[in-house]
Design a protein around this ligand. Structure first.
Ligand code: QAP
Ligand code: CO
Length: 178
């Protein structure tokens, strides 16, 4: 049975680690990817990088909601992306991003509009993907995690300062609740 793993949240230094390539495509990896999926779904995420559950390996998952009213997430649409490389990028766009490691905060971030990536799946099979719109943004956000980067690092100095102030207040509230 898959389990829900604890999520590492900002400002935990573990989020700054640069992840290492996956070299073993074994049952241990498959169980971990299943746990990542369970964790992402149960915490209302659409994307999750391994580092967010304290494993510094180049693995990320994305499961975008359906385009219908409910916006349900089908496991059939799950993307498991391992050892990704961006091979092409073009254009730019701005999207209000969030992150399970920065709970309750959403900020406008600039990204490439379209990207192409090469990666391997859970069996080590080579894959390639052209992404645009939300998928492109999600992949770029998650690849940043593998490099030890968070979306808040892309904010202007002024917005970042405002974020830090508000996040500190939020953290105090959370502490008081416990
Ligand atoms: C990354 O983000 C992403 O603050 C995935 O309270 C961001 O799944 C992909 C979440 C922007 C595409 C566009 C955040 C859940 C989930 C929260 C997430 C929260 C509960 C964020
Ligand atoms: Co994130």
């Amino acid at each position: 049975m898959a389990k829900i793993l604890p999520i590492v949240t900002y400002p935990d230094k573990r989020l700054k680690a640069v992840s290492k390539d996956v070299t073993a495509f074994d049952t241990e990896l498959h169980n971990f990817l299943d746990d990542m999926y369970e964790t992402m779904i149960q915490t209302n995420g659409i994307g999750l990088a391994a580092i967010q559950v304290d494993k510094a390996i180049n693995a990320l998952i994305i499961c975008l909601p359906n385009d219908d009213e409910e916006g349900t997430q089908d496991k059939a649409n799950l993307l498991e992306i391992i050892n990704p490389k961006i091979t092409h990028s073009e254009g730019s766009c701005v999207y209000q991003e969030g992150c399970l490691s920065v709970p309750k905060f959403y900020e406008d971030v600039e990204r490439f509009e379209k990207i192409s990536i090469e990666y391997v799946d859970r069996h080590g099979k080579a894959c390639q993907l052209d992404a645009s719109e939300l998928l492109s943004i999600a992949i770029q956000h998650e690849i940043d995690h593998l490099l030890g980067k968070l979306f808040i690092e892309k904010l202007s100095y002024g917005r970042r300062k405002k974020f830090e102030k508000e996040y500190k207040r939020y953290q105090k509230e959370q502490k008081a609740k416990k």
